[in-house]
Design a protein around this ligand. Sequence first.
Ligand code: APR
Length: 246
Amino acid sequence: MINTAAPTISVELRRRFSCATRVLVLTGAGVSAESGVPTFRGGGNSAVWKGMPFDVISSAGMLQRDLPAVWEWFDYRRDLLKALEPNAAHYEIARWQNRFAEFTLVTQNIDGLHQKAGSRDVVELHGNIWRARCTSCLLNHTISTTKGRPDNCEQCGEPLRPDVVLFGEMLPPGAFERAAESASQCELCFVVGTSALVYPAAGLPEVARMAGAYICEVNPEPTPLSDLCDEVLTGKAGAVLPLFGN
Ligand code: APR
């Protein structure tokens, strides 16, 4: 029997939540699921695009071989996103940035929904689908929801690529270092909506734990991280996170 009742937040977690000053939140695709953004994994399946597993179309190798195909995949995901709005989980997390003295939001998501919900200074580990980057001079270009995306760099004219971290590529300079620094300082770490399979992001809760932080996972399904956590709140982020506001 599927237990749809909202999980109970322990007295211990509520106490820590009420007196914490240094808090880290790590999010994954699951935090955007209730907004209608398809996750990559979960429910035993993984995303496929035109017969290709997503981690093939989203790879450095594919970028070398067929940049137009890579753009087609991200154009499709961006078109999906245009009509979607943040959900209660995004808004609750945005509220937390004003509640805690030292709050860090680290996301694996490229959808920009945290920022759309009002989150500032988000550490984007995997880039952002609303940006393109020059393949030569590395200049960043914003992709607007109305005018679409340019093909070539406005500065040097060379082709643009999605400003997203593809499989086989390094994370943006400094992003992980900043996230790891916050993880090593935090008292409370929330892991929301990630399958915790992709590193180095999935290693951040371990850094926080080593530093003595209390780790809370929010996910309707168990993950490889669940056993490491001090508390697991089994449920959807949009239903669970607002419970902290009560
Ligand atoms: N609330 C919370 N969690 C949810 C919800 C929800 N409403 N719906 C699904 N989930 C959980 C799933 O159970 C799963 O554990 O979210 C997780 C989504 O996992 P993935 O699809 O693997 O997403 P993520 O962990 O973010 O993937 C990491 O892999 O594909 C690459 O670069 C991509 O950033 C991504 C990275």
